[in-house]
Design a binder for this molecule. Sequence first.
Ligand code: GLP
Length: 236
Amino acid sequence: MNWQTFKSSDALSDHAAHLFLTAIQSNPRIVLGLPTGRTPIGMYERVVRECRREYRCFRDVVTFNLDEYAGVPREHPGSYWTYMQQHLFAHVDVDTHNIHIPDGTAADLAAECVRYEAAIREAVGLELTFLGVGRNGHIGFNEPGTPFDARTRVVELTPSTRAANAEFFPNGEVPTHAVTMGIGTILESREIVLLAAGAGKHEAIERLRSGAIDESFPASALWKHANVTVLAQEPS
Ligand code: GLP
């Protein structure tokens, strides 16, 4: 695992955006795994800014988001579909056919999970996946206790994860479930970059850095992967 630490979240976002832009430039048909949350916003901002300054082509880039809330329509301001439109897709020339986000409103969510896994496989698999990390170590919505070979599936969100995301559902209707790529799905990505910054992440960063691999801490599964870079903000 390659560790890089940054004094500020701005410096971390600069570097994450650099990795993102370099990747799509060197492989314009790259298949990306993409995260949501507060942490990657700075990376997306910089990617969009750079694409405006100097044209970068997203036309053949293929994206698969890590997760989506169950039962939340895509137009809902709290959905990850809305998040991705706001922070990236509406501002670049990505082909909408190349965007994949689990459909949390599918009538048959189990079938939706199978479809999502198949779509990743058909796209030749994830080549570069960016991840955030929850304070409890979750990646995507794989909460503590998730088996490391789990595939895309419906999960129940823990009270702490629901509390952490409550501000995006001001009416109080914080979703209870989500569809998430599994840890096994994520580990099949050829390369992984984990972004860890912001309030309350220090403990998670230290636990990951310790190298102890344990299903009670989902991000520790990344130690089983040969090509992971962690971009971590130093505690202030
Ligand atoms: C959510 C997302 C995760 C993300 C996590 C951390 O739970 N499903 O993919 O990594 O939040 O978010 P933040 O960056 O806001 O701390």
